[in-house]
Design a protein around this ligand. Structure first.
Ligand code: ADP
Ligand code: MG
Length: 316
């Protein structure tokens, strides 16, 4: 498929309504943030065989690529504005594949209020790569950073933790759960739900980040950036029914999966609860480092997290 045909047929319609995209007929796009607003910019690249298998529905791959970026914007308190799409497409890509890929983007553009502003399309050898750069808007000086956590804050997470890692472990047949328990985690693995709706809740937060590498790993990143430490109570971490079942049926996998990553929930540090969609999991302490406390009150090792490869979830 010819690059210009792909742009014309599939991407130009996705740029409609975003004036700065210049209908994808120019060398570059422009962005005009409203007065008092700042652009927040984030990039994530997805590689076939590393971040997705390749046999998924193209619309699902497209949505995942866009949503991992929207998750970063949400964690920074930024509303989605526009995105750039860079594609490396191998010879196997057909018109039908592209049509479904574009349909996935179209659906998510409508869902999250974002438009395509430009990109680049090249040939690649053997595997597909998709890089999206998303741009969000935030009131000037209000982007939430990892570095703002202070003693006196509590740590909060949205949603439940570890489900996507359970989904991946099920797909890789490294874990078995009763049939009725499989669908929800597998769906969470394939399709992240960026927490755009929780942006208003973050107004009192001092620091925030999205959980992509795993709760424990990402908490360490936030603590390091803030130059402080934290105590997390294992029992307080919100879990789904599937995770409760893992704890009973396969206790040795419980902790690694809890820290397994791809959650796309938000971790924040705040002096008060951000609201009903959040669970308090621990406190910020002046002593550096992460201390994970079990039900008996003992400190236990927290797993290091997810290495970005479909092949490996690393244990403690
Ligand atoms: P250039 O020669 O400057 O790289 P291209 O021919 O690659 O320009 O792109 C032409 C136009 O199509 C530009 O506006 C570019 O942003 C857009 N474009 C190319 N590939 C994509 C893509 N994958 N997604 C969105 N827009 C694209
Ligand atoms: Mg180009």
């Amino acid at each position: 498929m010819d690059e210009f045909h792909v742009i014309d047929r599939f991407f130009r319609p996705l740029a409609r309504g975003f004036a700065g995209a210049l209908e994808l007929r120019d060398d570059a796009a422009f962005i005009s943030p409203p007065p008092g607003m700042q652009c927040v910019i984030t990039t994530d690249m997805l590689q076939e065989g590393v971040h997705f298998f390749g046999h998924e529905k193209p619309s699902l791959i497209a949505k995942k690529a866009l949503r991992v970026n929207l998750s970063d914007l949400a964690a920074k308190g930024a509303m989605p504005h526009c995105y750039f799409l860079t594609l490396g497409l191998d010879e196997t890509i057909t018109e039908t594949w592209m049509a479904d890929f574009a349909k996935g983007l179209e659906e998510d553009q409508a869902m999250y209020g974002i438009a395509l502003a430009g990109g680049d399309t090249t040939r690649s050898k053997g595997t597909i790569s998709i890089s999206i750069t998303a741009i969000g808007l935030v009131a000037e000086g209000k982007m939430l950073c990892r570095s703002g956590a202070t003693p006196g804050d509590h740590l909060y997470v949205s949603g439940t933790i570890g489900d996507s890692a359970i989904g991946l472990a099920l797909l890789k047949q490294e874990l078995s759960l009763p049939p009725l328990m499989r669908n929800t985690p597998i769906e969470r693995y394939y399709l992240p739900q960026p927490k755009i709706g929780l942006i208003p809740d973050l107004r009192y937060a001092n620091a925030a980040m999205d959980i992509s590498d795993g709760l424990f790993q990402d908490t360490r990143h936030l603590l390091e950036a803030s130059g402080i430490g934290a105590e997390i109570r294992l029992e307080s971490i919100p879990v789904s029914k599937a995770m409760q079942m893992v704890k009973t049926l396969s206790p040795s996998q419980f902790l690694p999966l809890m820290g397994g990553g791809d959650d796309y929930e938000i971790l924040c540090s705040a002096p008060v609860s951000p609201g009903e969609h959040w669970t308090e999991i621990g406190i910020i302490t002046p002593e550096k480092g992460l201390r994970l406390i079990d039900a008996a009150g003992s400190i236990i090792p927290a797993p290091s997290g997810y290495q970005h490869h479909l092949g490996r979830v690393v244990g403690p």
